[in-house]
Design a protein around this ligand. Structure first.
Ligand SMILES: NC(=O)c1ccc[n+]([C@@H]2O[C@H](COP(=O)([O-])OP(=O)(O)OC[C@H]3O[C@@H](n4cnc5c(N)ncnc54)[C@H](O)[C@@H]3O)[C@@H](O)[C@H]2O)c1
Length: 373
């Protein structure tokens, strides 16, 4: 595609602000123009100028976004149950799509989405974009491509917090912490280890009532999870997630290999560098964040690049596999039985030569300044 991509944005809630920062950058670079925006709440029209710093047409019906010939690509930022149906309609209308996670809340819709994208030749990018983070890619290169910590058979990942105080849908069927938070860890781990064969889980609802948007709501989903994944490689991993974690200082991802250990610090959606133990050196090495400016909204730039013909790293089949794992984790928790996966994931087609291992952004000045300097 040459020229500017016409973008339609559906859903102008809390996550619109961070996406708007990237939309402004892409607009300044002359790569996109915002053709139409949409939210079912009419008052949200004000968010458009507030965060994009310029006006754009606004609708309360997402079908008007999809039908607009000025819209080439649709960015779907609604509450989760609407992701699948809107993505499917947009793809069937021949639009490119970036859909926030999860791509759908059931496998039938997700399958139809994959088929529609393939049939129309559209670019489909499914959040989260953790596998684009330069720190994640550096870890992939060291651990998977170069095998610097030997064979990795054990891993842990975690992401949680105390839970949203907005958006009642987060606590209703089709919401919950696995779709919202665990999805990052599961995407990260499957990007490193490949397909999951079996999933087991314990889960529960610790807080059956919460205050959301100033009102008390019944919590209809599990809010507390320990998930276990068994990979085709034989590796096993845990994912700890919930709206039950107030704070932590633990690594986001821990990888235990036969020759060493790698720990991603921070969160996998916002890494803070990584640390590596290698038996052959007998020391820990501390690696700063490869690109501190990287942001989790990066999937949108990936979409624009892909429409322009750049190789795609975020593969829709990966998001489908992650969705199946998440749904089967719930099933495993409900039934008390491990569940077998039927979908598979392909390796991410990284170009190892293009992956930078070390930070090129010094964050500290290590010199000791003397009086005469
Ligand atoms: N909040 C975060 O930090 C965060 C981070 C990353 C991803 N996400 C994902 O982004 C999505 C949105 O999250 P949020 O926190 O912004 O939610 P939100 O509830 O604040 O916003 C969702 C918006 O979508 C609108 N909406 C719902 N259904 C619609 C429809 N059919 N047509 C048009 N508009 C509709 C709502 O009116 C609301 O303004 C979720 O899938 C979430 O998982 C959120």
């Amino acid at each position: 595609m040459s020229g500017m991509l016409g973008l339609g944005v559906i859903g102008l809630g809390s996550v619109f602000e961070p996406y708007a920062a990237l939309i402004r950058d892409l607009r300044i670079e002359g790569r996109i123009r915002v053709a139409r925006t949409c939210d079912t709440v009419p008052e949200r029209a004000g968010e458009v100028e507030r965060f994009l710093y310029e006006a754009a047409p606004f609708s309360t019906d997402y079908r008007e976004v999809i039908a607009d010939p000025a819209v080439d690509a649709v960015l779907i930022l609604t509450s989760m149950p609407f992701h699948g149906p809107i993505a499917l309609e947009a793809l069937r209308a021949g639009k490119h799509v970036l859909v926030e996670k999860p791509m759908a809340v059931d496998l039938e819709t997700a399958e139809a989405i994959l088929e529609a994208a393939e049939r129309e030749g559209s670019v489909l990018i499914c959040a989260p974009s953790v596998i684009l983070s330069p720190t994640y890619q550096a870890i992939w290169k060291r651990v998977v491509h170069e095998g610097q910590i030997g064979r990795v058979d054990l891993a842990r990942a975690r992401y949680g917090w105390s839970g949203p105080t907005w958006g009642k849908w987060y606590y209703q069927t089709g919401g919950g912490p696995v779709f919202d938070l665990g999805v990052y860890n599961i995407t990260s781990l499957t990007g490193l280890f490949g397909s999951v064969e079996r999933v087991a889980a314990f889960a529960g609802t610790v807080e059956p009532r919460r205050i959301v948007d100033g009102e008390e709501v019944e919590v209809a989903v599990y809010d507390n999870y320990q998930i276990m994944l068994e990979f085709g490689s034989g590796a096993i991993a845990t994912v700890t997630t919930g709206f039950t974690m107030q704070s932590y200082r633990s690594p986001a991802i821990e990888l235990y290999g036969s020759e060493g250990t790698v720990q991603m610090m921070g969160d996998d959606w916002g890494p803070d560098g990584y640390e590596m133990w290698a038996n052959r050196f007998g020391v820990w090495s501390v690696h700063g964040e490869v690109d501190p400016g990287w942001d989790w909204t990066a999937g949108l730039r990936h979409l624009v690049d892909a429409v322009d013909g750049a190789p795609r790293l975020m593969l829709p089949r990966h998001a489908y596999h992650v969705l199946e794992i998440m749904l089967k984790a719930d099933e495993a928790a409900r039934t008390g039985r491990a569940q077998t996966l039927s979908s598979r994931v392909d390796p991410i087609p990284y170009d190892p030569d293009s992956i930078v291992l070390e930070s090129t952004f010094p964050t500290h000045d290590h010199r000791i300044l003397r009086a005469e300097e």
